[in-house]
Design a protein around this ligand. Structure first.
Ligand code: KG4
Ligand code: ZN
Length: 370
């Protein structure tokens, strides 16, 4: 990656295709002012994968290759920006499902070469982690909890390329656990919103589900045992009663969600202790990823922050789930730091943000956990 002098104003096109959302966005930043999202187009693939109970990498890659051009065209049209006004192309170069990431990287290379503008490879996780700077212009260092269908990790974010991972899931991501729970109970996908809705009418104390790894020091998390416990509770009810009532479903959802809320809250409290050792001027926890949309999880995290003297921020839902605005924004930060890639930019299935941390185990239905 070459270093070149920074430029004050920038209009950037971002591309995202690492999982099952194809996205393009146009952002503009003038001087040091807030970056403005001129357009953010996201085309999902839920219908294509619905019959398979998870994302099928080959189908996803083909769909990305078909939809990227359309997303770019739509983003340009909506933003009113001509291709010739684009100063740089940012693209997710990993981690993710490799066929999808390659589709995006090839498209970005073609655009950058054709336009003669810089190409900037962005780590998808950095996109999520920097979203809070796009939405709230927060100062470094802040604490980030990234919770999605593919990822779960605590990060101290010190700069656009400077992350320390304090811990993460050793197996499933919380979003996967929500999705699996929904499947086990016959609720629609994606599971998060349907489980949250059912939980609102349920009793969170009816079932006592495990809180894994609570007795282990540190911030690592585990969710696979929780889903197994839910399966056992469901099967026990079915064999006792011959089926599940709506109340049973609601109670199972509420008890499951209570366990996730509890585990995330307690591990966040531990992560906060490590983060505060850095003596940040404005202590702040930001969340990102689709699971950050859950209001019970948010409310608990907010109260954990309040009792530890931290501010709390969560991006709007459209910027929590996968999108290209976050990739374009991370691209702006890299661009302004003088970082550029070239035609050698490679698509990476795994790409840990913290280069010194050991690889997290597991690779979920949404790809590698980095
Ligand atoms: O960030 P995202 O769009 O995709 C990646 O995984 O990268 O997150 C999607 C995940 C899904 O597993 C979905 O079930 C979960 O976020 N999710 C939720 C909620 N809304 C979406 N989980 C819990 N509660 C919600 N309200
Ligand atoms: Zn994501």
């Amino acid at each position: 990656m070459d270093n070149v002098p920074e430029q004050d104003n920038i209009t950037i096109l971002g591309l995202e295709s690492s999982c099952d959302d194809t996205a393009a966005a146009v952002l503009r930043q003038t001087g040091d002012g807030p970056a403005e999202i001129l357009a953010s187009i996201v085309k999902g693939q839920n219908d294509l994968h619905a019959a398979f109970g998870g994302v099928v990498p080959e189908i996803a890659a083909r769909a990305h290759a078909e939809k990227l051009d359309i997303c770019v065209e739509d983003a340009l049209k909506e933003s009113g920006i001509a291709l010739s006004d684009i100063d740089a192309i940012a693209v997710t170069a990993g981690p993710g499902l490799i066929g999808g990431v390659m589709s995006g990287v090839m498209c970005a290379k073609g655009l950058a070469a054709g336009l003669g503008v810089p190409l900037i490879g962005v780590n998808h996780l950095a996109g999520h982690a920097l979203t809070t700077r796009l939405t709230d212009q927060v100062a470094y260092p802040y604490l980030m909890l990234l919770v999605s269908g593919g990822h779960c990790q605590f990060l101290i974010v010190r700069g656009s390329d400077d992350f320390t991972r304090l811990g993460g899931t050793i197996d499933d991501a919380p979003g996967e656990a929500f999705d699996k729970t929904a499947r086990l109970l016959g609720l629609p996908q994606p599971g998060g919103p349907s489980v949250e809705k059912a939980a609102k009418s349920g009793d969170p104390k009816r079932f006592t589900f495990p809180r894994p790894l609570m007795d282990r020091p540190g911030c690592d998390l585990s969710f696979s045992g929780l889903k197994t416990a839910l399966l056992r509770a469901r099967d026990a009810l079915v064999s006792e009663q011959g089926g599940l009532s709506e109340q049973d479903r609601n109670d199972l959802c509420a008890s499951f969600q209570a366990a996730v809320v509890d585990v995330l809250g307690k591990k966040t409290a531990r992560a906060i202790v490590s983060y505060l050792e850095e003596a940040p001027a404005v202590p702040l926890l930001a969340v990102a990823g689709g699971v950050a949309a859950n209001s019970a999880i948010r409310a608990n995290l907010e109260s954990v922050c309040a009792s530890n003297g931290l501010a709390f921020t969560a991006p709007p839902l459209s910027l929590c789930t996968d999108n290209a605005a976050m990739i374009a924004y991370a691209g702006i930060e890299r661009y302004k730091a003088g970082q550029r890639d070239d035609m050698r930019l490679a698509a990476r299935p795994r790409w840990p943000l913290d280069k010194t941390a050991p690889a997290l185990l597991g690779s979920g239905k949404k790809g590698a956990k980095a």
